[in-house]
Design a protein around this ligand. Structure first.
Ligand code: ADP
Ligand code: MG
Length: 242
């Protein structure tokens, strides 16, 4: 059974049809890398799956439950599916530990002691067990992004959506964040990640999705998409065949 089933999903912003009928089934434990030009609809697709945007057509099922466009359903969905962005969005006045605790205590109403234990566990998991009391400005960008990952994990999501999570980082900090993602993948976490890191996608993804003008233009195993791109659009995107 699919963990995430996206069927004929359409999304419009005014007259701009951004998603033109997306079909994509993600099995539990799959790692889906999403690539494509800026403006092709990658972020919008993730935001629809996470319930940050409502859809104008089609359906999205997460763990068999239909995503309905009312707020209660969308909120429930956001609890199930974690999302990590290019910007870490940590609260600067809260320690790393408090940042990881906050959505648990506020959104999930988890008791404080339990939230703290979970925060320590998840910070440990991203290699930051010793930074519980550090403030964001005392951490590198890579460490801050790892805190953001810990924060998402603390909500015990059934899948994680990552939108260009290394794009704001200095090149030398990218590897430590990708190492965490690689570890999560190895543990069987279901991941959908928009990324420019082609080498990483090639190594870690079970399937790669190439989006072009609001459609899934090509999809397949990484060796196929990168090694033998079929459409001229993907060939051009990868810098082949000019
Ligand atoms: P990508 O992530 O592939 O760069 P996006 O999903 O961010 O693409 O954007 C796809 C298209 O949707 C773009 O034309 C963008 O301008 C438009 N778009 C995205 N978000 C909004 C929004 N909130 N309001 C209006 N247009 C939007
Ligand atoms: Mg984007």
């Amino acid at each position: 059974m699919s963990l995430i089933a996206v069927t004929e999903v359409k999304k419009r912003f005014g007259s701009n049809e951004v998603l033109k009928g997306i079909n994509l089934d993600v099995a539990p434990g799959e790692v889906i890398a999403i690539i494509g030009k800026s403006g092709s609809g990658k972020s919008t697709l993730l935001r629809c799956i996470n319930g940050l945007e409502s859809i104008d057509g089609g359906s999205i099922l997460v763990a068999g439950a239909q995503l309905l466009p009312d707020e209660t359903h969308l909120k429930a969905l956001r609890l199930k599916v974690g999302m990590i962005f290019q910007q870490f969005n940590l609260f600067p006045h809260l320690t790393a530990g408090r940042n990881v605790m906050l959505s648990q205590t506020v959104v999930k109403k988890v008791p404080k002691a339990e939230a703290e234990a979970m925060a320590r566990r998840q910070l440990e998991r991203v290699g930051l067990g010793h930074k519980f009391d550090a403030y964001p400005d005392e951490l590198s960008g890579g460490q801050q992004q790892r805190v953001a990952i810990a924060r998402a994990l603390a909500m015990q999501p059934i899948a994680l959506l990552c939108d260009e999570i290394t794009s704001a980082l200095d090149p030398e900090l990218v590897a430590e964040v990708l190492a965490v993602v690689r570890e999560l993948a190895a543990e069987g976490m279901t991941l959908m990640m928009v990324t420019h890191e082609m080498k990483f996608a090639r190594e870690v993804a079970s399937r790669v999705v190439f989006m072009h003008e609001g459609r899934v233009h090509e999809i397949g195993p990484p060796e196929e998409l990168f090694g033998n791109p079929k459409t001229p659009e993907l060939q051009r995107f990868l810098g082949h065949g000019q």
